[in-house]
Design a protein around this ligand. Structure first.
Ligand SMILES: C[S@@+](CC[C@H](N)C(=O)[O-])C[C@H]1O[C@@H](n2cnc3c(N)ncnc32)[C@H](O)[C@@H]1O
Length: 243
């Protein structure tokens, strides 16, 4: 994945919100899973927590960015196995997992609903899919400014917590929280996204011309607070196998 490939080497030094989310998500994990699959492992921030919390578990780390995977491998070495994989189309040959975990990767999915169905189907009986993703209220001020100026916003649309595409047949629950990140101005916000590798707009988006871009930035010349709506979710499979 282009942006993340390019920024993999510096990601950890700028991923402050992402590190907070990883800590919160890891704190919610319980039980003693034997097999763990991670989707969108990035440089391995959550992977390291998984390895520490579940020292006996087999760890399979996957991502769609080869450079991010290489960083994760640098961090965890022989403790895990690694796979280049689109989490929306998980490789069923990997087998069943007691825990499938992911932090801040699912908001990149084009088919979140289908992905949750497919990942749920890879849970062992009693297994849990635990993830953090961004909700639709993220970056509301940035989106609103575009709307008020009649501009198309290059950010992706995220799923709303109120109408999340929960898969049928599982016990699902979630909590949402807002995390704020201060920037000196609007340009600082964009720079931060680029440094993370996350400044990728959907293919149909046409970048704003220089005049419109300047007018947009003028709204945030004295500071910009980026609001992340983070959804922490758990999708649990029942204990009995269905026939
Ligand atoms: C914001 S980073 C989060 C990385 C890591 N989980 C963390 O919390 O630091 C998003 C990661 O998701 C990966 N990603 C995006 N789309 C993906 C997909 N369809 N399948 C697997 N990984 C994906 C990116 O390559 C990137 O490594």
């Amino acid at each position: 994945m282009k942006g993340f490939d390019e920024q993999a080497a510096v990601y950890d030094s700028v991923a402050h919100v992402q590190a907070q989310v990883v800590a919160r998500l890891a704190g919610r994990l319980a039980g003693c899973p034997k097999r763990i699959l991670e989707i969108g492992c990035g440089t391995g921030l959550l992977s390291a927590q998984l390895a520490a919390r579940f020292p006996q578990a087999e760890l399979v780390l996957t991502d769609i960015s080869a450079q991010m995977l290489a960083q994760a491998e640098r961090r965890l070495g022989a403790r895990a196995t690694y796979g280049f994989m689109d989490g929306q189309w998980p490789d069923v040959a990997l087998g069943e997992f007691d825990l499938i975990a992911s932090s801040l990767a699912f908001q990149w999915f084009d088919d979140l609903s289908g992905a949750l169905e497919r990942l749920g189907a890879m849970l062992a009986p009693g297994g849990v899919l635990a993830f953090a993703t961004l909700g639709s209220k993220s970056f509301a001020a940035w989106r609103r400014a575009h709307e008020e100026m009649g501009l198309h916003c290059g950010l992706r649309d995220y799923a709303a917590s109120e109408s999340f595409p929960w898969p049928v047949g599982y016990a699902c629950r979630f909590e949402a929280e807002f995390i704020e990140e201060m920037h000196a101005d609007g340009r600082g916000f964009i720079r931060g996204m680029k440094e993370l590798g996350a400044a990728l707009s959907p293919p149909a988006h046409r970048p704003l011309g220089p005049g419109r871009f300047r007018a947009l930035l003028a709204r945030f010349s004295s500071g910009f607070t980026a609001q992340y709506e983070v959804i922490y979710a758990e999708i649990r499979r029942g204990n009995r196998k269905t026939i």
